[in-house]
Design a protein around this ligand. Structure first.
Ligand code: ATP
Length: 369
């Protein structure tokens, strides 16, 4: 059983700085959990507490149902893969992978079997006699993975393992890691700055800010139902557009007045806004760039939920086009079809996919649902 339970985990460094506050998370056996958040939000600190490399100041850590707070790192049955790989330069790939097993006094023939098995999984068989300096970045990264998997640990902890690789190799290794997870059936906690890694690898993503978990859910839920402004702005690239809006009741409609233009809110959201007393108040409306369209068909279907803006910058990226413009004094981005004819300086009509609109409380920054 490689489930983990982090119960009210906190970390206060000796200088008094609270890097992690009341962190709660139950991780099931074989889950792939991603920690994301801005630099300094406490991702690595949390990972290091799980590994036993950092003392836990408060709360309880359980692995496989057993309390681990005071258990030595080497006895936690965890393997950690770091971004700098930390390979021994004077040892061959084989010896790098065998090193931990030798320390544990695993019999030689067994070590040989385990190293060769891991080398096969990671396509390193032809490189076992090489030293790290004679390897490419991606190959070194695979050796670091190999060193972790020969130990057959219950849990893998990976701290930005791909951040030193170039873009192409990252994509390649990302799919390798996904395959590895399926194949090993291990529980993985993975720290990354990379949105795509988080969205594609994670069975669940934990979004952190200033030591506090903001939301923990599947990539789909985080994207479609962010719980607050921070998560809404952090997940998704380019980021969600945010606009101040005044909630108005006009007849039986609840509308958002954005810079003098009125947009009718769909029924479920309208009900929430009305019953929670937001009529007459200013809220923050959020709309993702992909939910704005200048396609005439979308405009025709939009029930008049459109607005006009002048394009400041036009970026063609191949499979998609980004249009940058101001609306009501706010800088916005639309991700539109590359067949769009809009160019810098054009006045363009945009349809809002109003069903995809998010609304947040301006003070608490929580989503209003
Ligand atoms: P990054 O993405 O930049 O790696 P992170 O989210 O992993 O950041 P941590 O390394 O966990 O962040 O650090 C969390 C906070 O704790 C940071 O503000 C950091 O400066 C602080 N911190 C880390 N180690 C110590 C320490 N030994 N003493 C005091 N503060 C520390």
């Amino acid at each position: 059983m490689s489930s983990l339970n982090l119960e009210h985990i906190g970390k206060k460094y000796p200088n008094g700085f609270e890097a992690v506050k009341d962190f709660n998370l139950d991780i099931e056996d074989k889950e792939f959990i991603i920690f994301v958040g801005p630099s300094g939000c406490g991702k690595s600190t949390t990972l290091r507490m799980v590994a036993g490399l950092e003392d836990i100041s408060s709360g309880t850590l359980k692995i496989g149902g057993k309390v681990m707070n005071d258990v030595d790192p080497k006895d936690r049955d965890i393997a950690m893969v770091f971004q700098n790989y930390a390979l021994y330069p004077h040892m061959t790939v084989y010896d790098n992978m065998a090193f931990g097993l030798k320390l544990r006094k695993v019999p030689k023939d067994q070590i040989d079997k385990m190293v060769k098995e891991a080398a096969k999984i990671l396509d390193l068989e032809h490189l076992l006699d090489r030293k790290p300096k004679a390897l490419s970045g991606g190959q070194r990264q695979r050796v670091a993975m190999g060193r972790a998997i020969v130990r057959n640990p219950r849990v893998f902890l990976m701290d930005e393992p791909l951040s030193n690789l170039d873009a192409k190799l990252r994509v390649q290794m990302r799919t390798e890691i996904a395959k590895l997870h399926d194949r090993l059936g291990a529980t993985i906690i993975y720290v990354t700055h990379d949105q795509t890694e988080a969205m594609t690898l994670g069975s669940r993503i934990v979004v952190m800010k200033a030591g506090v978990v903001q939301q923990c859910d599947t990539p789909q839920v985080l994207y479609n139902e962010p719980c607050n402004l921070f998560v809404a702005g952090f997940i998704g690239s380019p980021q969600m557009n945010f606009l101040d809006a005044v909630v108005e009741k006009n007849g039986d409609k609840i509308q958002l007045n954005i810079a003098g233009q009125k947009f009718t809110v769909p029924a479920a959201k309208a009900k929430a806004l009305e019953t929670k007393g937001y009529v007459g108040k200013t809220v923050v409306a959020g709309i993702r760039p992909e939910h704005l369209s200048d396609d005439p068909e979308d405009i025709a279907k939009s029930n008049g939920e459109t607005f006009k803006a002048t394009i400041n910058v036009y970026e063609l990226l191949g499979a998609e086009t980004f249009l940058y413009f101001d609306f009501g004094g706010t800088a916005m981005t639309a991700r539109v079809n590359p067949s769009s004819t809009a160019r810098t300086g054009d006045a363009v009509e945009f349809a809002i996919d109003i069903d995809k609109l998010h609304v947040f409380d301006k003070d608490t920054e929580e989503a209003i649902t």
